[in-house]
Write a protein that binds this ligand. Structure first.
Ligand code: DP6
Length: 341
């Protein structure tokens, strides 16, 4: 038996035992300015179009992973509850990807905690799979580049590939696995935008993003949305680079409306909005008309992300609180990179 001793771990190379340290990582969710909706390859999560997002500082998921010989199967706890069904199998499939890359064949214990409601269109799968990718790859002793991490996170949840990075982030569409990854456009200090999130419903959504992506192709509008994506990506990227809020506002709202038009015209149709969602959308447009720098964008859920400049944020929050149906407000600055802790 050969024993190799490193500071943090003991490998018994020819024996049975291999103990690796638990590793923890924190990642933030992101709000898409140009949305990912629909895949050309759903098993690899190769998106139909590129997307751009802003990482959210105030929201985070912390995940700890420990590979251990003492486990007979993977054990997954999310926000204090044992994961079952689909959410369990998505995590174990992701651990399998990491086992394949590292050559490990031990099972893992995964504990994940988010400080915001899950599965309500607040991109919990983005921060969840970004944190899982980072923690599990470190726990398996893999040294991956940011690009590798982004590609790997993408396979767990598409939007997670953007949550590897902080600031303003673009995910490139490609037919090839190796070319579909995210990169930072500008870091979080470049533009002090705030996401004021109006929570109108905290219940878990009825249609998951994953089934929504699968239905996207059935909408006759999806092709037009995808064909026009390069124009929207260019406009959005340029608006960020120029810190041009009005230009950003128009393209962000238009892109969100396009995605929801595809959802509404899919087979079966998907309607994520509640009455309060529409009330907020109308008000946001009116408030912008009055000179406040704000625009709305809505992911796969009824809650409204009100993107605004730091100067407008307090006034927007005050006005949102007065609208009927707004249950709670979350506020976030632009967040940083996913990190090991
Ligand atoms: C509406 O990344 O959650 O938030 O790959 O199936 O996990 P899966 O989907 P997911 O889809 C996010 C969709 C969106 C838009 C976006 O974030 O770009």
């Amino acid at each position: 038996m050969i024993m190799v001793d490193c500071p943090a771990k003991t490998f018994i190379v020819e024996g049975l035992s291999m103990n690796l340290e638990p590793r923890s990582a924190i990642a933030h969710p992101n709000i898409a300015f140009i949305k990912y909706w629909g895949n050309i390859d759903s098993s690899l999560r190769l998106p139909a179009n590129g997307s751009i997002s802003m990482t959210l500082a105030a929201l985070e998921t912390k995940t700890t992973v420990e590979f251990s010989e003492n486990l007979l199967s993977d054990h997954v706890v999310i926000n204090g509850a044992e994961a079952k069904g689909q959410s369990y199998s998505r995590v174990t499939q992701h651990l399998d990807r990491i086992r394949t890359l590292s050559g490990l064949n031990t099972m893992a214990k995964v504990t994940s905690q988010s400080n915001f409601p899950l599965s309500t269109g607040l991109a919990s799968s983005a921060s969840g799979f970004a944190a899982l990718t980072l923690a599990a790859s470190k726990a398996a002793d893999l040294e991956l580049t940011l690009k590798d991490l982004s590609i790997l996170a993408r396979k767990g949840s598409g939007s997670a590939c953007r949550s590897i990075f902080g600031g303003f982030v673009e995910w490139y569409a490609s037919k090839n696995d190796a070319d579909s990854y995210a990169e930072q456009i500008m870091d979080q200090s470049y533009w002090n935008l705030i996401d004021v999130i109006a929570i109108v419903q905290e219940d878990q959504k009825e249609v998951s993003s994953t089934s929504g992506h699968a239905a996207a192709e059935s909408s006759p509008l999806q092709n037009g949305r995808v064909q026009d994506a390069v124009r929207r990506l260019n406009d959005c990227r340029q608006a960020i680079l120029d810190r041009n809020f009005n230009k950003l506002a128009l393209i962000v709202e238009s892109d969100s409306n396009m995605m929801h038009s595809v959802m509404l015209t899919s087979n079966p149709p998907i309607l994520y909005w509640e009455a309060a969602t529409i009330t907020i959308m109308r008000n946001i447009v009116n408030w912008r008309g009055e000179g406040l720098e704000v625009c709305y964008t809505i992911d796969a859920g009824p809650n409204v992300h009100c993107i605004c400049t730091a100067e407008s944020a307090l006034e927007i929050e005050k006005r949102l609180r007065k609208l009927s149906g707004v249950q709670r407000i979350l506020k976030s600055r632009v967040g940083g990179i996913a990190r090991v802790i």
